[in-house]
Design a protein around this ligand. Structure first.
Ligand SMILES: CC(C)(COP(=O)(O)OP(=O)(O)OC[C@H]1O[C@@H](n2cnc3c(N)ncnc32)[C@H](O)[C@@H]1OP(=O)(O)O)[C@@H](O)C(=O)NCCC(=O)NCCS
Length: 230
């Protein structure tokens, strides 16, 4: 049973503590921000645990399992209905909370080799590219299905614009990007199995090293992963 969470757009500053604690602990908090964080097209998403006091009446219901799988070729089929809510509550005063998970989506080119089955499928259409960055779930909540729910939310956002109804901040960001979209990321090699389970594939298996925002953090091995959203 996945932990019930609510996912909503957050500010870039709300991502910084998780980036430091879960991704680049050697890097000072003041250096966890990156230039892409403040682009008007960049979208930061955060997950919050739903407390028993939260009301659900104002929330858009999640899509059915059918609507998810129909809209995505080879779509990821969760083994249970996702429990993430899809629009923010109409309440105020919670916008400086620290999320329990976060990720950042940036309109950014894909720099690796593209597998033929993806380049062929687009049939000459312009492939818009969105890169997922800085994906982190709070340490003591990892392994409880939160990362999987976050990724499913991202697929759904790009699959149907109806998902952003009610969230003005989403409409102003990269939600205007037209399909087909290549959602891609530099995955830590040790996390590739998680992304594969969540419906992504290795796009380019060449391994490379990154050392974090300041370039002098602990070195991690990466591969390029992604999925096409049509
Ligand atoms: C990677 C991360 C985002 C995954 O989120 P999570 O909430 O822990 O993952 P989930 O619980 O949703 O896992 C979904 C499935 O993937 C599996 N999984 C998780 N991590 C895995 C890994 N490294 N390798 C293989 N499978 C993995 C889970 O066992 C689960 O499998 P199941 O569906 O059969 O039960 C999270 O663990 C994290 O923040 N890690 C530290 C920071 C990090 O490395 N971020 C990614 C940088 S690229």
């Amino acid at each position: 049973m996945s932990l019930p969470i609510q996912i909503r757009s957050i500010s870039s500053s709300q991502t910084l503590h998780l980036r430091k604690s879960e991704l680049w602990p050697d890097t000072p908090l003041s250096s966890q921000s990156l230039p892409y964080d403040i682009l008007s097209t960049t979208l930061h998403l955060g997950a919050f645990i739903i407390s028993s006091q939260d009301t659900f009446s104002s929330l858009t219901p999640p899509p059915t399992a059918n609507s998810m799988t129909n809209s995505l070729e080879g779509g990821y089929e969760p083994d249970e209905t996702p429990t993430a809510c899809l629009t923010p509550p109409k309440e105020t005063g919670k916008h400086d909370e620290t999320p329990i998970a976060c990720l950042t989506l940036v309109l950014e080119p894909y720099l690796g080799k593209l597998p033929e089955h993806i380049s062929n499928t687009t049939g000459g259409e312009t492939l818009n590219t969105v890169q997922l960055h800085k994906f982190a779930v709070k340490f003591d909540l990892q392994g409880k299905g939160i990362g999987r729910q976050m990724l499913q939310y991202v697929y759904d956002l790009f699959s149907t614009s109806a998902m952003v109804e009610g969230d003005e901040s989403l409409k102003e960001t990269l939600m205007g990007v037209q399909k087909p979209i290549l959602l891609h990321l530099d995955s830590r090699k040790v996390q590739a199995g998680f992304y594969i389970k969540a419906g992504l594939e290795v796009l380019d298996g060449n391994v490379f090293i990154k050392r974090g925002p300041t370039g002098d953090g602990y070195p991690h091995e990466y591969v390029r992963m992604g999925r096409l959203i049509k």
